[in-house]
Write a protein that binds this ligand. Structure first.
Ligand SMILES: Cc1cc2nc3c(=O)[nH]c(=O)nc-3n(C[C@H](O)[C@H](O)[C@H](O)COP(=O)(O)OP(=O)(O)OC[C@H]3O[C@@H](n4cnc5c(N)ncnc54)[C@H](O)[C@@H]3O)c2cc1C
Length: 395
């Protein structure tokens, strides 16, 4: 390729959230002339990758994510050491739920399959460990693991963008891509923005988050079942004098609860004296017509907080709420695949991260860059992430 032409690239990545930024970093690191296009300002707060904290954990019901999280954890540390600063603080992790819970059984099976160390705590052992801070009902158990932590999302996205830039990538914001088409004359892909800019590339990666369905529909006429959901992040006040018990840096873990509801949270970090505890589901939304006035039904969450936190966290009402989007697939597995059709293997889609993608961003960026540049991603069981699965099983 003639690298003197400023509008021609080896790889164009569309979408500057964590997945696109990590992919651009991997592509540029491999020596490929890379362009990252973002429709809004870089580090905006209108997608899925902004905010103050994301959980890192390796316990998953599906064992291929445990393996991916172990790999990702190493890659986070590598990227941090290249950048020279930290975005990820290690903690332990706790999964809790009724002793017979299918979710917990699957988590344990996944740990076993991956030889990932874990400890099961019954009610008594749990109380010994968390006495005075957290409690579970008598018929619940917990799975305790060590590879976990809290990642600072906006700082992490900015880190990948800085690293990509350092390796020679071009980053352009306020560039909404409206069309991607095959270049019938010289091959490759032409990418056009709503402002009339036109770029050419050999290969293209679409990481458009909650906009993936809209964009893929308009560029390829393909309907991907990726449904955006508006999620409300809630911060709750720790009662005065008890803040240290839940602060990061001690032994309070990140946690997931698998009772009737899936609830998760992180130790107190971003706002001293507050703790993040969230319901893992939201309301379907259109990413271009959001309400910005989330009114989640928090009754069950309040009850859970009162019960589990022994009255030391004020469950009356959250003191702060933020809005963010998940991009849900029907099976909650990611989409990482070639777009196919006229684009063959020249366009790769990375989307549908279903509310559990952030921790995997370093691994996902590597997979997407490898896929688009070489046609394969070694050591990754891609069948779980193929677009074709939606046709085979419409659920
Ligand atoms: C409240 C909340 C809590 C979460 N907690 C966790 C957690 O604890 N652990 C975890 O692992 N994950 C978590 N996640 C999920 C994780 O944050 C997401 O999976 C991840 O951020 C998705 O990143 P993305 O790059 O795919 O999407 P985004 O960050 O939305 O990036 C997509 C980008 O594409 C841009 N774009 C779209 N269309 C175009 C276009 N046409 N042209 C140019 N640019 C375009 C968008 O503007 C956007 O910037 C959470 C998510 C939320 C909302």
């Amino acid at each position: 390729m003639d690298s003197s032409c400023c509008n021609e690239f080896d790889v164009i990545v569309i979408g500057g959230g964590v997945m696109g930024s990590s992919t651009a970093y991997q592509s540029a690191k491999g020596g490929h002339k890379t362009l990252l296009l973002e429709q809004f300002d870089l580090l905006h707060h209108r997608g899925s990758s902004h905010g103050e904290s994301r959980t890192m954990r390796a316990t998953y019901k599906k064992d291929y994510y445990t393996k991916m999280a172990m790999e990702s954890s190493k890659l986070w540390r590598e990227a941090e050491s290249e950048a020279g600063y930290s975005v990820y603080t290690s903690t332990d992790h706790l999964d809790m739920g009724p002793a017979g819970s299918a979710s917990l059984k699957a988590v344990i099976a996944s740990c076993e399959k991956n030889s990932f160390p874990y400890q099961i705590l019954d009610h008594g052992q749990f109380n010994d460990k968390f006495s005075g801070r957290l409690s579970i009902p008598e018929d619940w158990i917990a799975v305790y693991t060590e590879l976990a932590g809290v990642i600072k999302p906006t700082k992490a996205v900015s880190m990948f963008q800085a690293l990509a830039f350092q390796k020679g990538a071009v980053l352009r914001d306020n560039m909404e891509v409206k069309e991607i088409r095959r270049d019938e004359v010289k091959g490759g892909v032409v990418v056009c923005t709503t402002k009339g800019d036109k770029f050419w590339c050999r290969k293209c990666v679409v990481t458009a988050g909650a906009w993936t369905r809209k964009l893929v529909r308009s560029i390829a006429g393909l309907e991907l079942p990726i449904q955006p959901e508006d999620i409300t992040v809630c911060y709750w006040k720790i009662k005065e004098g008890h803040e240290e018990k839940y602060a990061i840096g001690g032994d309070f873990p990140t946690f997931s609860s698998y009772g009737d509801l899936h609830i998760y949270g992180t130790p107190s970090l971003e706002f001293p004296g507050l703790i993040k505890i969230i319901l893992d589901h939201g309301c379907q939304c259109d990413p271009d017509k959001r309400q910005w006035r989330p009114k989640p039904d928090l009754d069950s969450l309040k009850e859970w907080i009162e019960g589990r936190f022994l009255g030391l966290v004020d469950g009356c009402a959250p003191v702060s709420m933020q809005s963010c989007m998940y991009s849900m697939t029907p099976d909650e597995d990611y989409v990482m695949d070639f777009l196919g059709g006229e684009f063959g293997e020249d366009v790769v889609i990375g989307g549908g991260f279903s509310g559990h993608g952030f921790k995997m961003a370093p691994a996902v960026g590597k997979i997407l860059a490898d896929l688009v540049l070489t046609g394969h991603a070694d050591g990754v069981e891609l069948e779980h992430f193929r677009i074709g699965r939606f046709e085979e099983s419409p659920k």
